[in-house]
Write a protein of this length. Structure first.
Length: 275
């Protein structure tokens, strides 16, 4: 009986070894497209962020995207194969979405819910945030800041039950487009307010501050920029939400995906186009 049992075991092992090997499923690529421009921001694969120039080489077209705005999922679209954005930005890849979304911030080719928690807009005149911004501007050398907050969002970024606050502000002392030269006391920023170990901290995500007016030659300029939050989304499917910031100057702009945690603010993906 023992001989028979050993024979059967050996036979079973031999059958397993002789079976054709099954292919291992390749990790899925999840591209991310800026809706307004069609620019490919990059992609996520195996939880890792892939820059747009590398992601463009991996896309074949036909990917199905979910379109998201600041506070809602807005629909679906199919993406074409990436192509050059044109003469001004030949190194930027453009993905044509069909049907073309009428609005939205980002399109992500992924099945997970990228908006697990919806940002809530707050009044831009709330005294606690006005004073926090005033103090922050003074720390950046603007002695008598004219506080102009353009956007305040409250959202739980990491899903721990504690809300964070994102504050955007811009003041170049003009209602027209962003100037070519920065006036004294001008600024634009996106700030993160969060509680860390029981203490409220204010951190800069992205921005610039101009205590003094640009003093270069008349024919030159410093091309100041404006910044705002365009979306807050879980772009990699880990349950934590990233902050998407749009920057713009008088003849171009960029979009950056940030991971903003208690430890640090980190840029994950970025695409820019301008002269």
């Amino acid at each position: 009986m023992k001989i028979l049992a050993h024979t059967l075991i050996l036979h079973a092992l031999l059958c397993v070894l002789l079976l054709p090997s099954l292919p291992i499923a390749a990790a899925e690529l999840h591209p991310i497209v800026e809706v307004g421009s069609g620019y490919l921001l990059g992609a996520v694969k195996d939880g890792k962020f892939i820059k747009h120039e590398d992601a463009a080489k991996m896309l074949k077209g036909g990917e199905k995207y979910r379109v998201y705005g600041l506070t809602a999922r807005l629909g679906e679209a199919k993406g074409g194969k990436p192509g050059s954005a044109g003469e001004a930005c030949p190194d930027v890849s453009e993905v044509k979405l069909s049907p073309l979304p009428e609005r939205g911030a980002l399109a992500i080719a992924a099945a997970w819910n990228a908006l697990p928690r919806v940002p809530k807009s707050l009044s831009t005149t709330e005294p606690v945030y006005v004073e926090a911004v005033r103090a922050f501007l003074k720390e950046r050398g603007i002695k008598k800041p004219d506080v102009k907050i353009t956007q305040i969002l409250r959202v739980d970024l990491d899903g721990d039950g504690e809300d964070e606050v994102l504050i955007s502000g811009t003041n170049y002392f003009t209602k027209a487009r962003i100037p070519m030269r920065s006036p004294a006391g001008s600024y634009s920023f996106v700030l993160l307010r969060q509680v860390v170990s029981g203490v409220v901290q204010t951190k800069l995500i992205e921005g610039e501050f101009h205590p003094k007016a640009y003093s270069g030659a008349e024919e030159n300029f410093d091309a100041p920029a404006s910044y705002k939050v365009s979306a807050v989304l879980d772009v990699d499917g880990d349950g934590k939400m990233e902050v998407i910031v749009e920057g713009a100057y008088y003849e171009g702009g960029w979009t950056t995906v940030y991971r903003a945690s208690a430890k640090k603010v980190e840029a994950l993906l970025r695409v820019e186009c301008g002269l």
